[in-house]
Design a protein around this ligand. Structure first.
Ligand code: SF4
Ligand code: MG
Length: 333
């Protein structure tokens, strides 16, 4: 498969009055054409900051301090804002969690769909209108002509998210980044929107990078999964590997907290403790204060990524290959 996006050892930091803190701590991954990679983790783990780093949309006090991001072979971290604007909404598009805040309340749907076409194409007025109608059809909005004239507040949450998707698809992006695209929607609409994204990915051959805190969403759409904790990637693998054979204790905890709808008892087995603050100094594995398997070594040394299979990796000392004489020694000590 053709690689669209390659993120290598990305470190993203924020300057505060007192210090510089790292929100993303050396993250590496890639997204291929036609695949969906889900980044999953609790809020504050660095997943949104990772996508904003890719889009060149970090807040003023944020910066990429290390690493590289290449999109279709081009290095993005060195690009000027003006060059990044040529990518955004054109070959890389993004949809956000809350379409009410991402859409501009004072402009009609039609105006907002045509905006990326104005910016990135030379289409004439009629062609743009035609394209807008086609896009609204594509995202399953009936009566597109009428919808074009509406304002965001006149639409339901599900319709607004469809409009956002239409806007993001206007210029046929190669890569779609979706940050919690269904979190604000009710369950039925959520399923429809996920299906829609999946459908469009198949039809258009896009790569999709989706951010979510919800393992149910991952199961629904992901080809591959990347689990983040406190600024680190802790596990990657195919959706099958990660669900059937989770290798990192944090992933196991996330999966255990997915409610099983077939069971009467919907109680969640939550992971005890909370995500550390970004500026909290933690020696060794950053998950150790919450990890039920933590060993001495975990409190002292940060684990590297251990390879489990071709695709699956785990940042956990439990997967260290211990030479056989040592393991025997340990068993009897
Ligand atoms: Fe738990 Fe240690 Fe693995 Fe970290 S390295 S997840 S503390 S067992
Ligand atoms: Mg977020």
């Amino acid at each position: 498969m053709e690689t669209l996006l390659n993120v290598n050892n990305l470190v993203t930091s924020f300057r505060t009055a007192k210090e510089k803190i790292q929100a993303v701590r050396g993250v590496s991954f890639s997204v291929d054409k036609g695949e969906t990679l889900c980044i999953v983790g609790e809020s504050g783990c660095g997943k949104s900051i990772t996508t904003l780093s890719i889009m060149g949309l970090l807040p003023d006090n944020g910066e990429i301090s290390e690493g590289s991001i290449t999109f279709q072979g081009q290095e993005l971290t060195k690009k000027k804002e003006e060059e990044m604007r040529r990518h955004r909404g054109n070959d890389i598009s993004m949809i956000f969690q809350e379409p009410m805040t991402a859409l501009n309340p004072v402009f009609t749907v039609g105006y907002q769909i045509m905006e990326p076409l104005n910016l990135h194409t030379n289409l004439g007025k009629n062609e743009k209108r035609k394209r807008a109608v086609e896009l609204l059809n594509q995202v399953g909005l009936s009566n597109p002509e009428k919808t074009l004239k509406k304002y965001p507040h006149e639409l339901s949450g599900g319709m607004r998210q469809r409009v956002m998707i239409a806007i993001s698809l206007a210029c046929n992006p190669s890569l779609l980044i979706a940050d919690e695209p269904t979190t604000a929607l009710d369950v039925t609409i959520q399923a429809q929107i996920l299906d829609l994204i999946d459908d469009l990915k198949e039809k258009m051959g896009m790569g999709v990078l989706m951010v979510t805190h919800d393992m149910g969403v991952v199961a629904e759409v992901a080809d591959r999964v990347m689990v983040m904790y406190a600024g680190n990637v802790v596990e990657t693998g195919t959706v099958k590997e990660v669900f059937e054979n989770p290798s990192h204790p944090y992933t196991k905890g996330l999966l255990a907290s997915v409610p099983n709808v077939d069971e009467e008892d919907h109680s969640l087995e939550a992971i005890p403790g909370t995500l550390p603050n970004l500026n909290e100094k933690i020696a060794g594995c950053r998950f150790h204060p919450r990890c039920p398997y933590a060993m001495d070594k975990c409190r002292k040394e940060d684990p590297p990524h251990f390879r489990i299979t071709d695709q699956q990796q785990s940042k956990c000392w439990l997967h260290e290959e211990v030479p056989s004489h040592e393991s025997t020694h340990k068993a009897y000590s």
